[in-house]
Design a protein around this ligand. Structure first.
Ligand code: URA
Length: 289
């Protein structure tokens, strides 16, 4: 016989769910697998532990869903000014190349030895996904699994990124995924400035070819590289920024989420803004899942 929660508990759960809904978190999975710690869509236990307001302390006006017009205004991106680079721009010399293509960029990279990262790499990780993607994700650089397979984000962090993409109602083949550097830094260290300066112009060409509506920078390295800023990612995470004619949003890296599952709620909020911008609906949950 299926256990039913006592009525008072049901009410409490309902109230808590309404609270999460007001925060913009609407999808909840009951994850029965032991890998729950690596699933993406925030559950009550993975949402940052914001204290629930006392029952009567929440003004009625914010407890209600926004009326359609106000919701539309809330979904309109707030484009903050791009942080101006202090010195010469990394990307100044990267002009748009007429009739550039992804295969041509790959060909130009060749069997690259332009920076020291080539010494330890197995495979160049060029990028993966749709050349017509409206949404591009940019990570930091390949890890061990990516270096072996030549495909970005295929390790543990990659599996979480795939879940994030699917939670948005997309498949990996619908988006494009790239990295600031295309060869694995030793011991997975952060890429160094000379490596970033050598490699990132190719990423820029890739973005220029794809012309996505939205770029999501995964983590500080991607965000700081594209925005050419030294500001900490938490200062602009989740805000719409304008970058070379694209809407750019920085959020936490999936590897950070593996270590800090409580931050998944923040990232989910960021991705929901991206979904609103792209007119995406989360997939309908099947009864059996
Ligand atoms: N982390 C990254 O930033 N990129 C990858 O491709 C894999 C892990």
């Amino acid at each position: 016989m299926a256990d039913r929660a006592p009525e008072s508990l049901e009410e409490k759960i309902e109230e808590r769910l309404r609270y999460y809904e007001d925060l913009g978190i609407r999808l909840f999975y009951r994850d029965r697998t032991p890998a729950a710690a690596t699933s993406f869509v925030p559950t009550a236990s993975t949402v940052a532990p914001t204290p629930a307001p006392e029952e009567n302390s929440l003004p009625k006006s914010i407890a209600k869903p926004l009326p359609p017009k106000a919701a539309a205004v809330a979904a309109t991106p707030r484009i903050a000014p791009v942080v101006a680079p202090s010195g010469p721009s990394l990307f100044e010399s990267v002009d748009k190349i007429k009739d550039d293509t992804l295969p041509r960029i790959r060909e130009d990279i060749g069997d690259c030895t332009r920076c020291k990262l080539h010494k330890g790499r197995n495979k160049i990780v060029f990028g993966d996904g749709s050349p017509k993607a409206e949404l591009v994700f940019i990570g930091e650089g390949p890890g061990a699994d990516e270096d072996q397979q030549g495909i970005p984000f295929v390790g543990r962090a990659g599996k979480l990124l795939t879940q994030m993409i699917e939670a948005m109602g997309l498949q990996r083949r619908d988006v494009y995924i790239g990295n600031v550097v295309k060869c694995r830094p030793p011991e997975n260290r952060a890429p160094e400035p000379d490596e970033v300066a050598t490699c990132s112009p190719y990423l820029l060409r890739q973005i220029d070819v794809i012309r996505p509506k939205v770029i999501v920078c995964l983590g500080a390295v991607a965000a700081k590289t594209l925005l050419e800023t030294t500001r900490g990612i938490s200062q602009f995470r989740g805000q719409w920024l304008e970058w070379r004619g694209h809407k750019l949003m920085a959020t936490y890296h999936p590897a950070y989420l593996l270590r800090n599952p409580n931050a998944k709620g923040e990232v989910w909020k960021d991705l929901q803004k991206v979904m609103a911008e792209l007119g995406l609906q989360p997939p309908k949950k099947s009864k059996s899942s």
